[in-house]
Every structure is written in structure tokens, then in C-alpha cells.
Design a protein around this ligand. Sequence first.
Ligand SMILES: [Zn+2]
Length: 78
Amino acid sequence: MHLWYTVTGQKCPQEVKVARVMINCPETGESVYTGMTFDWPSFENVRIGEKSVRCSACGDEHTWKRPDAFLEEDGGSA
Ligand SMILES: [Zn+2]
């Protein structure tokens, strides 16, 4: 049984890397959190269509697709 790394309710940062899905704001160039969170393997496999996000940098709404997005590791301290 190698289930120790799957969901146990306990997040261990050494085994489950949770990352925030970010895009770059086309207006300000800042990285903006899209509100989505993935662990790294899920993001590799998931299909993401067009999404829109209310930008925290410029206040506008941006449409993004997966190629626009990148993952930023969540440090654990929200
Ligand atoms: Zn923006």
C-alpha cells in the first residue's frame, strides 16, 4: 500500500505540492491569482478551457487559457 501520499486530510508539504494558478496581468504585468489551486500532478493532467478572472492588480476582468497560466507554489502561510 502506497497511499501515504494521497489525501489524508493532513497536508504534508514534502509530499503534496499545492500550487496556486497564476496569470500575468496584461495591463500591469503583475502575477495575479486566478482563484484556482492545483497540486502539481493534477495541473499537468487537467483540461482547462477558457477562464475569466477578476484581476486583483488592475480590477479588470481577464480571459485566460492554460498556456497563459503558471503555477506558483503555495508557501503554506495564507
Ligand atoms: Zn489585470
